[in-house]
Design a protein around this ligand. Structure first.
Ligand code: ADP
Length: 651
């Protein structure tokens, strides 16, 4: 068969690898990654998945396996021939699947992984460790790889061969005698010089034990050069890890299982392992990763928890958790769901519904426990997954309060994370609302003019910087009886709250004298501004939220914030570009600002009108610039600015 195989790859049809695969293979061939033995973990993982798939197919078509449940993986090593075979009797691959699966990047996150490769060997090696690279990792130890496979239900056996340099060959082979039970897949590795230690059966058994003990089907290691030594015992425990008692599972075994089941290769941040009993019986083993999986912001927002029924893998698409928990990896294995249910029927299955509810509740409870008992650890989790969890605040009405309780925020109070409870506990006297501001960058929005009046009164403002914040704040009117309000929308309601003691009382006194006169002048100035600016602005009014700046823009009560407007426009691909959202804003002016006072003082002076009109436009542009919006008419803006400066200097 090997002879047939090697003649086949010369005569077989040649296929080029997809460019990303070539890049990946180049990296594998020249890898400086120190844990090359992971190739075996990847092959075993694939073999086990292939057996899972066939087991499911055989539920409805038992003749596919002749009623024989004897799924296994056999690793055969031949030191003399420098060969390792890894064979499974799983579902197998047909010709096209060999070309697609072993010629392109099959997994969604892997393309992102390839994009991240830098060409710096040491850095790239670290990335290999983080992401795992599946089948292609075989080229870290082999200078040639052959694959023979027969897909279930077909008599044809196909052969794939490559030396990892740009192309692979596909050919048909005559019989399936080399395959386990005549079906499934056999991967043969021609071990490269220098990697001889992988030809040692003892070493291979050690690797299987280390990385793949959790695999639920038996794995055998056979030494072809020493048939006497053959042992019938599998190397691994060969039982579903989630069914074992917690006390029988080591941390390393849990972690290896997590890598296999989740296709992610970091350390899990938390694990949840329990058996539910009562109306429904099922076992749960879930993990929360410590870093973001590559597909976290994939638009499908698919959840990844695998559904098993009595140890039979059914599907990864049962949506056992809501989308906002899509980072969770693991398994739920039901004891009482019917085995012969089609994947389509799962959608409306009441047991799946109950499991989803109960498991979601459990995950959130475990997160809450962490938040209560180990707040610092929880903050680490929050900084990685908080943006995803916040989707639940507007999607999952039932658990909204719970998610809001758990949520952490940056705020004007300082560096650390704050909860809404922390916020409530520190509210100023007479403060009636929870305030926030939106923007891309916390440091930048912390300097927004809209915040001034709040900071002067020692009122904390939450600094929201995730796009998702725009959505949940729009959907959630209040928390614990207090309205949640944007500082850049509606009126500021700050009259009843005292400013900080640093306020200069003497200043106030001197202002008081001419209050009446000035008030009237400011009223006229506002009317003039309104008339001048016309449709460029929705309204002009006095502000009590400004202390340092002369002007700012705010949204009208009941309309959307500037930030939400930008997020929406971006998500609609800029369809809204035609209308300038800033034109629906209100220009607020600070009556206590020296500039505004000087302008107001000029109101009745002869010939001041055109100057005041220029000031109105300049101040509007000023407020737009701070918001990150363009000036309305750059030529007019520079002309007015130059003219004002000139007048200022000539005074
Ligand atoms: P991954 O396993 O992460 O998807 P791989 O590169 O290891 O990535 O494999 C790509 C695909 O090839 C798998 O998703 C699977 O469809 C197929 N495959 C690999 N090995 C086997 C096997 N032993 N039996 C059947 N299919 C396999």
């Amino acid at each position: 068969m090997n002879q047939k195989a090697s003649s086949a790859d010369k005569t077989g049809e040649q296929h080029e690898f997809q460019a990303e695969v070539s890049k990946l293979l180049h990296l594998m061939v020249h890898s400086v990654y120190s844990e090359k033995e992971v190739f075996l973990r990847e092959l075993i993982s694939n073999g086990s998945d292939a057996c899972d798939k066939l087991r499911y197919e055989a539920l409805t078509k038992p003749d596919l396996i002749d009623g024989d449940q004897n799924f296994k993986i056999v690793i055969t090593v031949n030191k003399k021939k420098r060969l390792i075979h890894v064979a499974d009797n799983g579902i197998g691959m047909d010709r096209q699947e060999l070309i697609d699966n072993l010629g392109t990047i099959a997994r969604s996150g892997t393309s992102t992984f390839v994009e991240q490769l830098s060409g710096d060997e040491a850095k790239d090696a670290q990335l290999i460790g983080r992401f795992g690279v599946g089948f292609y990792s075989t080229f870290m130890v082999a200078d040639k790889v052959d694959v023979a496979s027969r897909t279930i239900g077909s008599d044809e056996v196909y052969h794939w061969a490559s030396d990892g340099a740009g192309a692979f060959a596909i050919s048909q082979v005559e019989d399936a005698t080399d395959l386990l039970d005549g079906r499934g897949t056999r991967v043969s590795l021609h071990i490269r010089k220098g990697d001889d230690d992988y030809l040692d059966p003892v070493r291979l058994r050690g690797i299987v034990k280390n990385y793949s003990d959790h695999i639920a089907i038996p794995i055998f290691v056979v030494d072809e050069n020493d048939k006497e030594a053959a042992s019938d015992a599998p190397v691994n425990s060969a039982s579903a890890l989630w069914m074992r008692a917690k006390s029988d599972i080591t941390d390393d075994q849990y972690t290896e299982f997590y890598h296999h089941v989740g296709h992610v290769f970091d350390e899990p941040w938390m694990r949840i392992h329990y058996k539910a009993e009562g109306r429904n019986e099922y076992n749960v083993l879930l993990f929360v990763p410590s870093s973001q999986p590559l597909d976290l912001f994939d638009p499908k927002r698919a959840t990844r928890v695998k559904l098993y029924v009595q140890r039979v893998f059914i599907t990864e698409d049962a949506e056992l958790l809501p989308s906002y928990l899509r980072f969770v990896r693991g398994v739920v294995d039901s004891e009482d769901m019917p085995l012969n249910m089609s994947r389509e029927m799962l959608q409306n299955n009441p047991i799946v519904h109950r499991i989803r509810n109960a498991v979601t509740k459990r995950v959130l409870n475990e997160l809450k426990k962490k938040a209560d008992k180990k707040p610092e650890d929880f903050e680490k989790f929050w900084s990685v997954f908080g943006a995803v969890l916040k989707e639940g605040i507007y999607e999952d009405f039932e658990r909204r309060e719970q998610l809001l309780d758990m949520a952490r925020f940056r705020s004007t109070k300082g560096e650390g994370w704050r909860t809404l409870k922390d916020y409530m506990a520190d509210m100023a006297e007479n403060q009636t609302a929870i305030y926030y501001i939106h923007g891309e960058d916390a440091a930048a929005i912390a300097k927004s003019p809209q915040l001034e009046g709040y900071l002067a009164r020692n009122i904390e403002v939450l600094l929201l910087t995730d796009p998702v914040d725009a959505f949940w704040t729009a959907a959630v009117p209040e928390y614990d009886g207090k309205p949640i309000k944007s500082v850049s929308r509606g009126t500021a309601d700050l009259d009843t709250i005292a400013k900080k003691a640093t306020d200069k009382e003497s200043d106030k006194e001197s202002h008081k004298k001419d209050d009446g006169v000035r008030d009237a002048a400011i009223g006229t100035l506002i009317a003039l501004f309104k008339q001048t600016l016309g449709d460029d602005i929705a309204d002009v009014r006095r502000s009590d939220r400004l202390t340092e700046s002369p002007v700012c823009l705010v949204a009208a009560e009941g309309s959307v914030d500037a930030y939400l407007e930008r997020v929406l426009a971006a998500s609609q691909g800029g369809a809204e570009e035609a209308t300038d959202p800033m034109k629906s804003r209100i220009l607020e002016i600070n009556p206590d600002h020296a500039l505004i006072r000087s302008l107001a003082a000029k109101i009745s002076a002869d010939g001041a009108r055109s100057e005041l009109e220029d000031a109105a436009y300049l101040l509007l542009d000023h407020a737009r610039i701070i918001e990150g919006a363009p000036v309305i008419d750059p030529a007019a803006y520079t002309r007015r600015l130059a003219s004002m400066m000139e007048k200022g200097l000539s005074l």
